[in-house]
Design a protein around this ligand. Structure first.
Ligand SMILES: NC(=O)c1ccc[n+]([C@@H]2O[C@H](COP(=O)([O-])OP(=O)(O)OC[C@H]3O[C@@H](n4cnc5c(N)ncnc54)[C@H](OP(=O)(O)O)[C@@H]3O)[C@@H](O)[C@H]2O)c1
Length: 278
């Protein structure tokens, strides 16, 4: 057991809780933090970050949903003696151009890259687990996934692979310094194909419906989303339609020395656990 503590932010979320479990298994001393974790950490309350950062040598950073706070976090991390940061970001963040999507992640990348700390950025494609732990779960259970996703496929990645990659990078000081990895699954699927696989494995009738970005934005607002947040999600689909994010990469293998998990593997596991039981 090392005396070094690794801070895991977003520790109750899809990646953070999986990263923390892997690190603990590996014998690393872990401090999990978020607004509802034992160590409280709120991106909007820098005054309260001290306990989270105490005696930390490395941190897994899930950025906040707004641009800005990671700059102060990096400064505070340097002052606290943190040496390494692993940042979660989005696939192709340097190709998003004038889009309003992902300003939060791009700001976090700038903060981490501009620091004197050892850093690694993990840019992930859309997660498989968005279909059972996040945005697409409720529509699937209701039997219709309506998205402005079009015919351009997405190389969905299993969050288990993102967590494996983060844990591997955190366990190998120096080896991934200054690297940005574009983490994808092994093959790209359209959202219609993804819905079809989920329908087959779960036995639930599910249809895919193509809608425009404006219709999707309106539907999210009707569900209670703020207009700006709804527009940002719709904007992600506009970016995907450009096709620049559709090709799978070899970066999971570059970090882990093995191929990424398939979408089918994810679907079978999630269906067996009852994820889409109505
Ligand atoms: N979903 C995708 O397909 C995808 C793909 C690539 C990149 N990303 C990026 O991944 C990030 C999300 O990561 P994730 O999916 O692992 O997390 P998640 O499942 O969305 O959960 C968010 C985590 O952040 C914590 N959190 C939320 N607001 C916070 C605040 N104000 N202060 C401190 N902690 C806060 C939450 O815990 P508490 O509620 O306890 O605070 C939770 O642990 C986002 O930046 C997203 O853009 C997502």
């Amino acid at each position: 057991m090392s005396n070094d503590t690794t801070l895991v932010l977003g520790a109750t979320g899809k990646t953070g809780r999986r990263v923390a479990a892997r690190l603990r298994l590996h014998g690393t001393q872990v401090r999990t933090a978020s607004r509802s974790s034992a160590t409280r950490f709120d991106w909007s309350d820098p005054g309260g970050w001290g306990p989270a950062l105490q005696d930390v040598t490395a941190a897994y950073v899930v950025p906040p949903p707004v641009p800005g706070p990671v700059h102060e976090f990096v400064a505070r991390a340097v002052a606290a003696g943190v040496r390494r940061l692993v940042l979660l970001s989005g696939r192709g963040a340097d190709t998003w151009g004038e889009s309003t999507f992902g300003l939060d992640m791009r700001s976090a990348e700038d903060a981490v890259r501009g620091s004197a700390l050892e850093w690694t950025i993990l840019r992930a494609s859309n997660f498989d687990q968005n279909f059972d732990e996040d945005l697409f779960h409720a529509p699937l259970v209701a039997g219709e996934l309506a998205l402005p996703a079009g015919a351009v496929p997405e190389p969905f990645i299993d969050v288990e692979d993102v967590a494996d990659a983060a844990a591997a990078v955190l366990a190998q000081p120096g080896r991934h310094a200054g690297r940005t990895y574009e983490l994808t699954g092994p093959r790209a699927l359209t959202f219609a194909e993804a819905a079809e696989l989920i329908s087959r494995a779960s036995g639930l009738p599910i249809t895919y419906k193509q809608v425009s970005p404006a219709e999707y934005t309106a539907a999210l607002v009707e569900e209670g989303w703020g207009v700006d947040d709804a527009r940002h999600v719709a904007e992600m689909f506009v970016l995907m339609e450009r096709g620049q994010l559709a090709e799978p990469t070899d970066d999971v293998a570059a970090v882990l020395g093995r191929a990424p998990r398939t979408f089918e593997d994810y679907v079978v596991r999630a269906a067996a656990s009852g994820a889409w039981r109505p």
